[in-house]
Write a protein that binds this ligand. Structure first.
Ligand SMILES: [Zn+2]
Length: 238
């Protein structure tokens, strides 16, 4: 059982038609979807399924535990029946926030040359933990972020072979999230001229789309971990 993951090729796609192929794990499995499942530090999408007059709330999206290549849409209340054709729609504002924050974390990686040992991307904040005991200069990092957004770097993904990844171990920035193996190919995300690393998440197409973003906190999580937390600028700060 496998769910075609349309969001991997096009993160701007907010809806598609799909068929319910199974019920289980608190929701339904679809043959295809635009809804991103929790993973790689990024929260899952929420949204709606609909068929005619009927509507079901997707409260979260997860990778299936039983079927490694399938995606579970967690549903509130009664589940739609197997075989039904449904419209899948993701919450556009939440997706947009994830795309902007997620791309901003790549900019932090471009500015801070340390391994990443933790990551969380949500609708309201993003945080990235770096494995280092170096002090971080908040003003310098903020200036760097603002500059990279203003420079409008194109952001794009491509697929490389596992052999190519093995030949370039420097590509893997994250200690906590290793790229999925065994599929023969790995998705890499490039912020042109600034950052290149394996990543399966949803991103914007150009750093200018990240908009006004601010460092809300820098903290020393442990002797060897520095945490950077990002938020969207309030209108008065933008
Ligand atoms: Zn990413």
């Amino acid at each position: 059982m496998r769910t075609e993951d349309l969001f991997r090729e096009d993160a701007t796609l907010l809806a598609c038609d799909a068929t319910i192929v199974a019920q289980g794990e608190g929701g339904v499995l679809l043959d295809r979807t635009v809804s991103y499942p929790l993973g790689g530090g990024q929260a899952g999408d929420t949204g709606w399924l609909s068929a005619g007059e009927q509507r079901w709330r997707i409260t979260d999206t997860r990778k299936s535990k039983e079927h490694p290549e399938a995606i579970v849409h967690l549903i509130e209340g009664e589940l739609p029946p197997v075989g039904a054709t449904v419209r899948v729609e993701v919450d556009a504002a939440r997706r947009e926030a994830h795309r902007r924050f997620h791309t901003a974390t790549h900019l932090l990686c471009a500015l801070l040359p340390y391994p990443v040992d933790g990551c969380s991307i949500t609708e309201t904040y993003a945080r990235l933990d770096f494995h280092t005991d170096e002090p971080f200069d908040r003003d310098a990092i903020q200036t760097g972020l603002t500059r990279l957004v203003a420079e409008a770097h194109p952001v794009r993904h491509r697929w490389i072979s596992e052999e190519e990844l093995d030949a370039n171990p420097g590509l893997v920035r994250s200690m906590s999230v290793q790229p999925p193996r065994g599929l023969g190919r790995v998705r890499v995300l490039e912020v042109e001229g600034e950052d290149l690393q394996p990543c399966g998440g949803t991103h914007v197409g150009n750093t200018s789309e990240i908009g006004a973003i601010v460092i809300t906190k820098i903290e020393k999580k442990s002797a060897k971990t520095r945490r950077v937390v990002l938020g969207f600028a309030q209108p008065s700060e933008a």
